[in-house]
Ligand binder design. Structure first.
Ligand SMILES: Nc1nc(=O)c2c([nH]1)NC[C@@H]1CN(c3ccc(C(=O)N[C@@H](CCC(=O)O)C(=O)O)cc3)CN21
Ligand SMILES: CC(C)C(=O)C(=O)O
Ligand SMILES: [Mg+2]
Length: 286
């Protein structure tokens, strides 16, 4: 968090007058319980963090997608813990009230519990309030160890980009009955291990809906249909800054928006009202 650096855009959306109270895990759960959708976007720097906070985005993700978006790599694999710490520090300075999540990069937790704890401590000391890690099965004891040590965890299942070479590309996951079963089992395991949040990436809408209905925490979808508890996109994709071909689940929120702030407000509003994602345009069938 950033008591030393008031966000230059001032207070966010809901009333446009009173500054928003900082989001906590408790408040995020209350939002879920109230049936309101949760809006998340990636942020890699202080200026965008401040803009997103002002636009009323609930959660900021310092995603290891920065390896592709910021650094120009073809995958997230080259991103280091040191780089994630740096970007998390930048985002924390720009943010005031959004819930701040940072990705554990490839190679910073696959070594096991001890390595995952040390890496997570570095991200939390950089200003993260929650760490995110990819994968199911073997991650359950790692998640439990982090949660026991007071580190909130977001799990990430479906298309897990750090496994791109094992998966054979950025392909939809959980399409056949067996892989959908595995996905449901992994979701139950990371939920039981204490992951308060779960990102579901590029999975059939029906599978994401089933997992969301059973999950003890908050599910956030990206290419996972409309029936998760919230949504996330890569900021540069929804602003149409990314020039490479974009996944079908992306909508360009700059279309018709007079400013970046309006584009991001449009995203928050569309997620809250349930108009994004549109199942027909952005969802995937089994
Ligand atoms: N800029 C950016 N946006 C992202 O969403 C993103 C990243 N980078 N980097 C890490 C991963 C990689 N992601 C990707 C990359 C490609 C597809 C893609 O080409 N999807 C196809 C469908 C594939 C299929 O049907 O199996 C699509 O049309 O959506 C999806 C997600 C999501 N993440
Ligand atoms: C796409 C989201 C979920 C992510 O992990 C990232 O931006 O790195
Ligand atoms: Mg990531």
């Amino acid at each position: 968090m950033s008591a030393d650096s008031p966000a230059p855009y001032g207070a966010p959306s809901r009333s446009d007058s009173a500054p928003r109270k900082p989001l906590t895990l408790h408040r995020l759960r209350a939002i879920r319980e109230a049936g309101e959708k949760i809006a998340m976007l990636t942020a890699y720097d202080a200026a965008s963090a401040s803009l997103l906070d002002a636009a009323g985005v609930d959660c900021l993700l310092v995603g290891d997608s920065l390896g592709m978006v910021m650094q120009g790599h073809g995958s997230t694999l080259p991103v280091t813990l040191e780089q994630m710490v740096y970007h998390t520090q930048c985002v924390a300075r720009g943010n005031r009230s959004a819930w701040l999540i940072a990705d554990l990069p490839f190679g910073s937790y696959q070594g096991g519990v001890e390595q995952a704890v040390a890496s997570s401590v570095a991200l939390m000391q950089a200003g993260a309030q929650m760490v995110k890690l990819e994968g199911g099965g073997w991650t359950a004891p790692v998640i439990a160890a982090l949660v026991e040590r007071g580190i909130p965890v977001c799990a990430h299942l479906g298309l897990t980009p750090q496994s791109v070479h094992a998966l054979g590309g950025y392909r939809i996951q959980g399409r056949d009955a067996q892989s959908a079963d595995t996905l449901r089992r992994h979701a139950a395991e990371v939920g039981a291990a204490g992951a308060a949040m779960l990102v579901l990436e590029l999975v059939p809408s029906d599978v994401a809906a089933q997992i969301s209905a059973a999950y003890p925490g908050i599910t956030i979808g990206i290419g996972a249909g409309a029936r998760t508890h919230g949504q996330v996109l890569v900021l540069h994709d929804m602003l149409d800054i990314t020039r490479s071909p974009k996944p079908r689940f992306v909508r360009n929120f700059m279309q018709g928006a007079p400013s970046l702030l309006d584009a991001v407000r449009g995203y928050v509003e569309a997620v809250k009202q349930g108009t994004f994602p549109d199942e027909a345009l952005h969802g995937y069938a089994a």
